[in-house]
Design a binder for this molecule. Structure first.
Ligand code: LM2
Ligand code: CA
Length: 476
């Protein structure tokens, strides 16, 4: 369950947080497919409880396994999966299987299902009192059974040790696999027993050959385990058969790029920093929780600090470590605020501006040139190792990827002006950060690589971006 099944010349997952299914389908066709994105993490598909102020986090309070949410219904979901797969873009669903919604006498869901959560009755599944761990709250992260057998934030805690509960979860996930999804993010995996999860994973169907997957392929699974050390539960309990979110990558990268650690130390980034093995790790700069101070979030780089954010994202995408994920956000001031919506609570579609950026309250980091061009960089250098590391013993760094790509970063408060080994064949290359190749010319900076592979690299402290990246052209 560790292979994301990207199609050829595609890679990197974008989290289209709170997007509607019909908008995602359009985005696959008009942008993600052509740009080489590998897949999408969707918001939860399962029916959730409706909360009056419509915070984003109502979607983490399931009320049934029906596919009806503010993102759309089952028909819209199936249409999206079909259209995205056709364009070489995979769908991974955020699966909320640790718990159901919380204490409310009469809860009503986005599909009209009801629940008496104080009586542990979820009529539309159905689940009853015997299907839950009851009577305690998650309070002690030094105690494994407290973390796994108690209620997280008061959310009704399913007992995955029960065959009936597992069967309901397995049926839900298999239904999604059968319509063509390629995998899952497992929400709150830390709060479930790894053995119970393995039983579930082993009963999942192979990916659907009807939707273009080769036979015998297992779904990609990345389990959300926030492990920054010092707790009873470790991410290393989860990476035997499936991938795990590596939160240390997010925290440490934000530290480094915000000046709490010198960039020269990134020389052994990855396992050398105590992270999970590269093939087991799903990595990101920020996610939907830590970008707004939820889920162990603290001082994480986000789109709000755009220059540093783009530098950290470029570093992540240029570096061979992990399966990379890009966050795509909506604007928010208040950490509870839901996505752009009309007065009836219907989500408003992103508009697309003439320059390709988004409007209507959507940030669309995945459409920023500095980010989508680095997604392509990663596709071009795929399979190569890191070589020719250079640093100035401070915050200016550069490295190469096996003769296919070169990146330099200036995190110091002075100019970078340096002749560096690029490892690329001689020629003139467009910097993909400051511009694109337009009508045969670089719209941004260009870099001339000599026959010795060396090039003069300049990133002034006054520049709009603190990165420069060049690569060979994609083969197809
Ligand atoms: C996750 N990973 O383990 C998600 O990534 C995270 O976004 C989810 O929390 C969490 N687990 C549960 O699925 C979010 C949000 C919480 C929110 C919950 C449930 O970060 O703040 O909790 O969803 O909606 C909210 C209130 C909280 C309240 C709870 C229950 O913020 O104060 O606790 O609902 O009413 C009494
Ligand atoms: Ca649990």
């Amino acid at each position: 369950h560790k292979d994301p099944h990207f199609s050829d010349n595609h890679g990197t997952i974008v989290h289209l947080f709170e997007w509607k299914w019909s908008d995602i389908a359009d985005e696959c066709e008009r942008f993600l497919g052509p740009m080489g994105y590998g897949g999408i993490q969707t918001s939860p598909v399962q029916e959730n409880v409706v909360i009056g102020s419509r915070p984003w986090w109502e979607r983490y309070q399931p009320i049934s396994y029906k596919w009806v949410t503010r993102s759309g219904d089952a028909e819209a979901f199936k249409d999206m999966v079909r259209r995205c797969n056709k364009d070489g873009v995979r769908i991974y669903v955020d699966a909320v299987i640790n718990h159901m919604s919380t204490n409310q006498k009469l809860a009503v869901g986005t599909g009209g299902s009801t629940a008496d959560t104080s009586a542990f009755q979820f009529y539309a599944v159905p689940y009853g009192p015997g299907d839950f761990n009851r009577g305690c709250s998650v309070t002690n992260y030094k105690n494994v059974s407290n973390v796994r057998n108690c209620e997280l934030n008061g959310l009704r805690d399913l007992n995955q040790g029960k065959n009936y509960v597992r069967e309901k979860i397995i049926d839900f996930m298999n239904g999604l696999i059968d319509v063509g999804v390629a995998g899952f993010r497992i929400d709150a995996a830390k709060h479930m027993w790894p053995n119970d999860l393995e039983i579930i994973y082993n009963k999942l169907h192979n990916l659907s050959t009807k939707h273009g997957f080769k036979s015998g392929q297992r779904p990609y699974i990345y389990q959300e385990v926030i492990d920054n050390g010092g707790e009873a539960v470790s991410s290393k309990e989860y990476n035997r058969n499936a991938a795990v979110t590596e939160f240390k990558h997010s925290n440490k990268l934000s530290n480094a790029f915000q000046g709490r650690d010198a960039l020269k130390w990134l020389i052994n980034w990855g396992e050398g920093w105590g992270f999970l093995p590269s093939g087991d790790a799903l990595v990101f700069v920020d996610n939907h929780d830590n970008q707004r101070g939820h889920g162990s979030g603290g001082s994480i780089l986000t789109h709000k600090k755009s220059k540093l954010y783009k530098m950290a994202t470029a570093f992540m995408l240029a570096h061979p470590y992990g399966v990379t994920q890009v966050m795509s956000s909506f604007h928010f001031d208040n950490s509870d605020a839901g996505p752009p919506a009309d007065s009836s609570g219907n989500i408003i579609s992103p508009g697309i501006n003439a320059d390709g950026t988004c409007s209507n309250g959507w940030v669309c980091e995945h459409r920023w040139r500095q980010i989508y061009n680095m997604v392509r960089f990663r596709n071009v250098v795929k399979g190569t190792a890191l070589n020719d590391w250079w640093d100035n013993k401070s915050n200016q760094i550069a490295f190469c990827r096996g003769g296919s790509g070169f990146i330099a970063v200036n995190g110091d408060s002075w100019d970078l002006k340096q002749t560096l080994q690029t490892c690329l064949p001689a020629g003139t290359y467009c910097d993909v950060i400051s511009g694109n190749l337009v009508n045969g010319k670089c719209s941004g900076k260009s870099v001339t690589v000599g026959r010795d592979g060396k090039a003069y690299i300049e990133i002034l402290k006054s520049e709009y971006d603190g990165v420069l990246a060049i690569h060979k052209q994609p083969q197809s």
